[in-house]
Design a protein. Structure first.
Length: 211
């Protein structure tokens, strides 16, 4: 099954995807995580996108689509995938339709206030990419990752000006995808405000995964 996770920054897409891969046995493909890895490695892609991402803007469609097309061609994505953070514009969705089938689009519904609370407390592991939250899922006391011992940091784009910008960009460029996929009969809404456990149980219901 091919899933798309759609929703504002901080809605919990990445956190839910990380939990879902363990029972769906399909890869979690996050364009944001791929870009952050490229930035960390100082690769040509990383150098090209760093300033754009730090400012909370979108990387251009051509670069992003090429990256996703290549990633979806890998052997591990043939039995299904969770695409987290892509597509983020109508042209990206149209491009995706040209090289992959989409089965279900999960729309993460949350208010701007909810987003600000989540992102304000978000911390990310440099080692394994795990998303922590200072209140809901804190890292170890020494500030290291409880899963891999990696350094836990605050994303540059989680600082306040960039967060405002990302919310604006989401409402203007990404939210139109809700209507786009609803018309195609592919959209499933999840209330993202109550937290990860309730989202996980809603998601299991609509994927038909038991337990
Ligand atoms: P979040 O969902 O928390 O905003 P992501 O990790 O999905 O964060 O993305 C971080 C940043 O990476 C985005 O703000 C944007 O700059 C860039 N990015 C990720 N996915 C895309 C995409 N599909 N198109 C353009 N830019 C993207
Ligand atoms: Zn870690």
């Amino acid at each position: 099954m091919n899933f798309i996770f759609l929703g504002p920054p901080g809605a919990g897409k990445g956190t839910l995807a990380a939990r879902a891969v363990s029972f769906l046995k399909i890869p979690h493909i996050s364009t944001g995580a791929i870009f952050r890895a490229a930035i960390g490695a100082r690769s040509p892609l990383g150098l090209k996108v760093k300033a754009i991402i730090d400012a909370g803007k979108l990387v251009d469609d051509e670069t992003t689509v090429a990256l996703v097309q290549e990633r979806l061609a890998a052997p591990d994505a043939q039995a299904g995938y969770i695409l987290d953070g892509f597509p983020r514009t109508i042209p990206q969705a149209e491009a995706l339709a040209g090289f992959s089938r989409v089965d279900k689009v999960i729309n993460f519904d949350i208010s701007d206030a909810g987003v600000l609370e989540r992102l304000g407390g978000r911390r990310v592991c440099r080692g394994c990419g795990h998303n922590f939250h200072v209140t809901f899922d804190p890292p170890a006391q020494d500030g290291l990752c409880v899963h891999c011992g990696g350094e836990v940091y605050i994303r540059d784009d989680d600082k306040s000006e960039a967060v405002q910008k990302r919310l604006e960009v989401y409402r203007a460029q990404t939210a139109p995808l809700i209507g786009y996929y609803r018309e195609k009969g592919l959209l499933y809404d999840i209330d993202a405000s109550p937290g990860i456990e309730s989202m996980l149980s809603d998601f299991k219901k609509l994927t038909g995964s038991g337990c």
